[in-house]
Ligand binder design. Structure first.
Ligand code: CA
Length: 240
């Protein structure tokens, strides 16, 4: 039975089928949507391609271990909460997991009630963060204004310009991450979705048109920056 309203999307990374099935069953009973990755490589691929509210990550996995998966996810600026669930239970193991970018650490064998409680807390915290980061429908800067919902903006001369859905989504993403570099992979994932890969040129062209709308000097942009080899950044304030 497909649940009408899911509490969140969870990725379970686990090579032991019994544990994966047990987790899936119990999380689905709690109204979460669950996907399973059996290897580290598969986990990285899925975390890049889809939006998850939480990753439950085993450490001892074939080929690529959970610590490497966590590091790779963080290196790609994917901010999904990560809960390590591992048989490795020493303090040193837990510290390493948390240091490498994990948000929480639970050891096997685990208490189901405790796991579900931690899952609920991490997912709720993530939702709060998402909401506090999100900008409203209207955003004003540089003497211009963007209406994300109507797919239009007023440029720095007050002239109305149409935006495509993708342009609007890219503007929103960059503005929500004001001052941070957003990686190309993350942009592709959020704006284009998975399995559709435009060239870097496409993003560059979007940035060029944003500059035309909002920058006084398009050759020396103040707001829309390309960070070579990494991604793109919006800064609402001029750096002194
Ligand atoms: Ca394992």
């Amino acid at each position: 039975m497909k649940l009408e309203s899911s509490k969140g999307n969870i990725l379970i990374v686990e090579d032991e089928e019994n544990i994966a099935a047990l987790l899936q069953l119990n999380l689905e009973l709690e109204s979460y949507e669950v996907s399973i990755a059996k290897t580290g490589f598969q986990a990285v691929k899925m975390a890049k391609a889809e939006y998850f509210d939480l990753v439950i990550l085993d450490i001892m996995l074939p080929e690529m271990d959970g610590i490497a998966v966590c590091e790779t996810i963080r290196a790609q600026n994917i901010e999904v909460p990560i809960l390590f669930l591992s048989a490795k239970g020493s303090a040193a193991d837990r510290i390493e997991g948390l240091r490498k970018g994990g948000d929480d650490y639970l050891t096997k064998p685990f208490n189901l009630e405790e796991l579900l409680l931690r899952v609920e807390k991490l997912v709720a915290k993530n939702k709060r963060m998402q909401q506090s980061n999100s900008v409203g429908q209207l955003y004003e800067f540089a003497g211009g204004k963007i209406d994300f919902g109507a797919y239009e903006c007023y440029d720095r001369h007050g002239k109305k310009q149409e935006l495509s859905k993708k342009e609007s989504a890219l503007l929103k993403l960059l503005i929500e991450r004001d001052g941070e570099t957003v990686s190309r992979e993350h942009i592709l994932q959020v704006v284009w979705g998975y399995n559709v890969y435009p060239t870097t040129r496409t993003i560059d062209n979007f940035i060029l048109s944003f500059r035309k709308h909002f920058e006084k000097d398009t050759k020396h942009p103040i707001y829309f920056h390309s960070i070579r080899g990494v991604g793109y950044k919006f800064t609402s304030k001029e750096k002194k």
